[in-house]
Design a protein around this ligand. Structure first.
Ligand code: HPA
Length: 266
């Protein structure tokens, strides 16, 4: 399957060789509109499975953004839809074999901090995977990566520094913190929120970690950004909804788009 994905990627984009993969989170698809000389290819042309969630398309957009050759994933494979974590590993393997070197992962997340409100951007500096799921479960191919890969530096230090610098130069407020991965699809209970905060998390969300673990395994460099769409249910008074998540993502997406564009111009 992986070889087929690689072949299809090569066929779809021809001479154009992107080096940076940008994974677009819920409601964050607008960045793709800024891509110049776009080639748009639906996932099914690569052999990737269908996606069924509002706010997510199912296409790859290749082209130039800032000064870089990028491949944007508009539409993400969430485990809560039933996609196996091992698919995420296979997909990352295909991107790595295809020639991708760096991953910019984005997502919509809930804040566990009073000072980090809806619309804020948080750079993920570390994560907690307590989900019981892992894309690397299964027989390991030692030629591809180690059985027990190091995750102590999952988020590339140099890329983080570049992102920090970019934010500073452009007066974009950038929070930093630890992302807690839950499978979902339900939002957290109050007891869960309290537990995650006690464990050291700053934000919580239902994506990104499977992609990051896979990317690190295959030797890709990773930098990741969350757009905060809500504060956790014990901070904000009203209950959470997917509509609200998408609405707030739109506000934060404007800043995120600016930050990523400037980052890619560097
Ligand atoms: N919890 C989990 N995932 C999320 C949230 C949240 O509060 N907001 C956006 N994605």
């Amino acid at each position: 399957m992986i070889e087929t994905y690689v072949e299809n990627l090569k066929k779809a984009f021809g001479d154009f060789q992107p080096e940076i993969l940008i994974i677009l989170g819920s409601g964050l698809g607008s960045i793709a509109q800024k891509v110049e000389n776009k080639i748009i290819v639906p996932y099914n042309q690569i052999g990737f499975p269908k996606i069924n969630i509002v706010g997510h398309r199912a296409e790859l957009i290749a082209g130039t953004l800032g000064k870089k050759k990028v491949l944007c994933m508009s539409g993400r494979y969430h485990l809560y839809e039933g996609h196996p974590a091992t698919f995420v590993k296979d997909m990352m393997s295909a991107y790595q074999k295809y020639g991708i070197k760096e991953v910019i992962a984005t997502n919509a997340a809930g804040s566990l901090r009073k000072d980090m409100a809806a619309g804020a951007i948080m750079m993920i500096t570390d994560h907690i995977n307590f989900s019981g799921q892992n894309p690397l479960i299964g027989v390991n191919n030692d030629k591809e990566g180690p059985r027990f890969p190091d995750m102590s530096q999952a988020y590339d230090k140099a890329l983080q520094q570049k992102m920090r610098q970019t934010a500073k130069e452009n007066n974009i407020m950038l929070f930093e913190g630890t992302y807690f991965f839950v499978v979902g699809p339900n939002f957290e209970t109050k007891a869960e929120i309290k537990a995650f905060r006690t464990l050291g998390a700053d934000a919580v969300g239902m994506s990104t970690v499977p992609e990051v673990i896979s990317a690190v395994y295959f030797g890709l460099k990773v930098v990741a950004l969350s757009v905060i769409t809500n504060q956790s249910a014990d901070i904000q008074k009203t209950g959470l909804s997917h509509e609200e998540t998408l609405f707030e993502a739109k506000q934060g997406a404007v800043d995120l788009q600016g930050l990523i564009l400037k980052y890619l111009e560097k």
